[in-house]
Design a protein. Structure first.
Length: 232
């Protein structure tokens, strides 16, 4: 675990908004994207636009489905955290997805809040919190479906979420129909459960910060929930 001086902790924590930082993965965490050519015959109806899903978007050669209740999740989470997107995709893809999730730039207001593989300089390898400007290991949480995507130093900050797969491609379950094929979707319990956990973590952190302004580490709070395991 990284050891930081009290002065660094105090400077890195957003003293004006009193918010922690929350780093969000894109694919299989907030949304699912696949190539249009990978849609099965039973999923082709999604290309037409006469389906009931308001959160399905065809963009050039890809199709993206947002996770159920993701807009509500972002809205509620933004009240507690400074939000970041961090993807192993390229900068162009990251920008497209950020525009879908946040068309008004309310949650990710600057380009520094959207991090791609081109920004962290380790294409094809690991994500690292060292690439997230304005935060340090003591005041940031990560939501991602893949623990192995992160450096060992970053994994103590990680909340692993259940993988979201809407389309058949890369489901890993060839005998099972996808949500898209079944014309259904994941229920919204996960977003609600995650918000509840994040709310508790944030409350404990802020309570501890009021007592000890320079010595609080969010990783210690996260340990109370069982680190690196699925929650919700």
């Amino acid at each position: 675990m990284a050891t930081l001086s009290p002065d660094v902790n105090a400077l890195s924590f957003n003293s004006n908004s009193r918010k922690l930082h929350l780093v969000l993965d894109l694919d299989h965490t907030l949304l699912h994207t696949t190539q249009l050519c990978n849609l099965t015959p039973e999923e082709d109806y999604l290309k037409i636009g006469t389906h009931p899903h308001r959160d399905v978007f065809v963009l050039e050669t890809v199709i993206t489905k947002l996770r159920p209740f993701v807009w509500r999740f972002l809205d509620e989470a933004s009240k507690m955290f400074e939000l970041y997107i961090y993807t192993k995709g390229n900068r162009y893809y990251a920008g497209l997805m950020a525009a879908l999730l946040d068309p008004r730039k309310e949650y990710f207001p600057s380009s520094s809040r959207v991090i791609s593989c081109e920004d962290h300089g380790i294409v094809g390898r690991y994500k690292s919190l060292d690439a997230v400007v304005g935060c340090n290991y003591s005041n940031v949480l990560i939501l991602d479906d893949t623990e192995a995507a992160w450096t060992k130093e970053s994994r103590d900050n990680l909340i692993v979420v259940e993988k979201y797969c809407f389309f058949r491609h890369k489901m890993g379950l060839p005998k099972c129909k996808s949500y898209a094929e079944l014309k259904t979707d994941e229920c919204g319990y996960l977003a609600a459960a995650l918000l509840e956990v994040l709310n508790v973590i944030n409350r404990i952190f802020c309570d501890e910060l009021a007592i000890n302004p320079s010595g609080v580490d969010v990783r210690d709070v996260l340990q109370l929930f069982g680190n690196n395991s699925s929650r919700g």
